[in-house]
Design a protein around this ligand. Sequence first.
Ligand code: GLU
Length: 473
Amino acid sequence: MTVVTRFAPSPTGFLHIGGARTALYNWLFAKHHAEYGSGGRFLLRIEDTDRKRSSDEAVAAIYEGLKWLGLDWDGDAVSQFSGAARHAEIAEQLLAEGKAYKCYCSAEELQEMRDAARAEGRSMRYDGRWRDRDPADAPEGVDPVIRMKAPLVGETVIQDLVQGEVTVANEQLDDMILLRANGTPTYMLAVVVDDHDMGVTHVIRGDDHLTNAFRQTQIYSLLGWDVPAFAHIPLIHGADGAKLSKRHGALGVEAYRDLGFLPEAVCNYLLRLGWSHGDDEIISREQAVEWFGLESVGRAAARFDMDKLTSLNGHYIRESDDARLLELVLPRLRETLGEALSEEAESRLLKGMAGIKERAKTLIELAEGAEIYARARPFDLDEKAQNLVEGEGRDHVGHLRDRLRNLDDWNAENLQATVRGYAEEADIKLGKAAQPLRAALSGRTVSPGIFEVMEILGREETLGRLSDFLERA
Ligand code: GLU
C-alpha cells in the first residue's frame, strides 16, 4: 500500500514551529515508505476556507518555510476553498440518502439551547429537533443548514497510532452542521472530503485535533468511506511546561532562519522533539528517513528548549561546508558592514571559515566572527579591545610591527616564533604581546588563533591594519 500523508495548514499566520514539526513528521513518514516500503507521497493542502483570516502572504510564508526546511511536497498544493462545490455536493448526497437533514433552527432557538446547556453546566449540543421533523414544517424564507445524522447511541472509537484507543460516547456528540445556510461547507466536512479525495491514508497532526477525529470518523462512516489511520502528536510546550507561546520561541520558521539557524538543525531539533531513536541526538536527514515511524512518537507534550536547538545548530555549523557558510554569511556581513566584500576579503574569509565556525552557534555569531576577515580598513576598536592596547600594549604592537615587517616567510609558524621571540626578549608573557596584537588586528578581544588570522590576512593586510592602528592611536 502506498502511504499518503498530508500537511494541512490554515494560512492565517506564519508557519510556526509546531506546524513545521507536523509537516516534518508527515514528510518523513511518507519518505520512509517511499524508500523502505511500498511507496509514499506527501501532499500539501492549504485550508483556506476561512476567507477573512486567510491571506496570500501567509500561503507564501508556508511555501517558503517548507522549502527552507527542505520539505518538498508531491504535486501541486491543494486549496481547500476551491473544493467548496465538491464539499456541497457531498452534503447534498448525504441529504438525498437520508443521512443528513435540513435544519431550520433560528438563531434564537440555538441561543436558548446554549443558555440551557450553560445553566446545566454542560457543553452545548444541538438537540436534533429537525432530525425527524416533516420537511413540510419548514418555515418560509429561511435557508436551512444541513446537519449530519450522527449516531445517537453506541460509541465512536479511534485506534490512534500515537494515543492508542480513544473512545467517545456518541450521546456526547450532536448532529453537526455540514453545510451552512449560505451553502458553504464546514471545516469538518471539507477535511473529510479532501482527505478522501486526495487518497490520504495517514492523518498525522497535532493532538488539538483529536476531538475532531471523532466527528470526522462519523462522517466517514456515513459516507461509507475508509477511515484513514490517525496519529495525533502531542503539542509542543515551552520549557516551563506551559503551552508554547511567542515568549517561548513559538515563532515562524522564517524567524529561526533570521536568527541564524540552519534548516537541518531546526529539522533535527523538531524531529527529536516528540520522537526518539534510542539516545541518538544528532540524526541526519537520511537516517531520519530510514528510522522514522509513528510507534516512537512520545505521548507526553514535548518541551521546547532554545539552548538545545542552539547547541545543535553549532554542531551543524561546524559540520557545514565552508563555501556554503560563506554564501550564508555574505548577506549578513553586507548589512553590518554597509558594503559588499571585496574579492580579496571574500577569499580570506573562505580560508578563515574553518577557524571561525568552531566557535559559532548561529549564523549571526558566525557573521560576527567573520568580520575579522571581512572588514575594510581602517576600523575602530571596540571598547574592550581599546583597553587592551592602552599604554604598554600599544608599544608592544609597535615593536611587533617592526619585527613582522622583516619576516620573510609569512606563515603561522614563523609568525608565532616571531611574536614568541619578542615576548621572551621583552620578558613578558606571550599573551601580553599577542592580546594587544589581536585587538589591533581585529578590533576585538576574541578571535580565532591570532597566528592563523595573520597568516590568512597575509602580510600586506596585517601590516596595513597594524599601521592604521599605530598611526591613529
Ligand atoms: N488546518 C488545521 C490546522 O492548521 C489542520 C487540520 C488537519 O490537519 O486535519 O490546524
